[in-house]
Design a protein. Sequence first.
Length: 395
Amino acid sequence: MTDSTSDDPRAPDHPEIRAAVRALCAKFPGEYWRAHDRERAYPEDFVRALTEAGYLAALIPEAYGGSGLPLSAAAAILEEIHKSGGNAAACHAQMYTMGTILRHGSEAQKRRWLPGIAAGNLRLQAFGVTEPGSGSDTLGLATTAKRQGDRYLVQGQKVWTSRAEHSDLMLLLARTTPKEEVRKKGEGLSVFVVDLKAATGGENPPVTIRPIRTMINHATTEVFIDGLEVPVADRIGEEGQGFRYILDGMNAERILIAAECLGDARWFIETARKYATERQVFGRPIGQNQGVQFPIARAFAQTEAAELMVRRAAALFQAGVSCGPEANMAKLLAADASWAAAEACLQTHGGYGFAEEFDVERKFRETRLYQIAPISTNLILAYLAEHVLDLPRSY
Ligand SMILES: Cc1cc2nc3c(=O)[nH]c(=O)nc-3n(C[C@H](O)[C@H](O)[C@H](O)COP(=O)(O)OP(=O)(O)OC[C@H]3O[C@@H](n4cnc5c(N)ncnc54)[C@H](O)[C@@H]3O)c2cc1C
């Protein structure tokens, strides 16, 4: 993969990677995404093309078969996919879930899984954190993993586990010490790598996956776990420290999702701009009316500002500096910008915004997710209020 920087300070970073991703995405036009959306089908060909081109291994170090690129390169890849009208949600998680193995796994674990993920033979796309009783309140999760000799016996249920049907492995967060017995409230949870294919195969498998039909094509599921045995060797890091490891990965997740929002915003702005220029009403382009121009211009300004925060958060992350506030603000601002752009684009299209063939309604539904997942807007605001502004904890 060729990578360089431009002398123009306004030019987007990673220009070669961006151009190559755009060329790949051109093979997957609106019709492709529309057809998959209609059927709620997994975009297998797109994920394979992305994998074969090495993009999903961008962040895996060269020593384990990846490209060893910085987070900003992964952000550029995801942004361009969304900017081209596609959706990286079918596979984006692998970019940040593998970071948990990379940062906290043993050398043996890294050698066992990362080269396979980098080569595309193994998919680590499922991330089992949320449960029916714990979404925002992760520490309230009820799935347990009880140690029995050299194994853990796992019992519980996950929900919204996206891509579980299309993944070989799942990163699972489960409680190994009851909440009442931990010294600090963030302790007592552990992270495991679960071999999903083995766990769901054969007669009476310990793991059952049930798809959830949603307003977007997201391959999300419920995962029922009953008597799953996980070898101790498949636990990442220390027992009881899993929440900390997951939090470490969440900054990367927030920055990458923010990059997708930027891509969505750019798609909406360009689509709205083009339509506003072409559509004639009362004998002149609708874009000549300030009532049509201004929401698009405002969304553009919001997107430019959000991009600065995404870049800053990525730069801090790459420098190994703690970046919780910036990663959260990047996600908040970029999700708000993409939602403002979505609203402006739909409104600009009038009735045609509702027609499937324009792709606006699909992208509108897709970008709405980012006000809620992977973390809701309210929870980001609560984090900033408490941890940055030193206001009293609200929950
Ligand atoms: C399509 C989709 C895909 C997903 N994929 C995954 C995945 O792959 N893996 C995974 O683990 N999870 C996944 N999630 C789950 C996602 O992370 C959660 O939906 C999210 O964290 C919110 O949790 P919740 O839905 O339980 O909402 P709740 O926690 O029940 O919150 C409901 C609402 O109340 C608000 N709220 C709650 N508490 C407060 C408070 N104290 N102050 C102010 N407002 C509050 C929230 O902001 C939210 O708007 C996915 C969700 C969706 C919809």
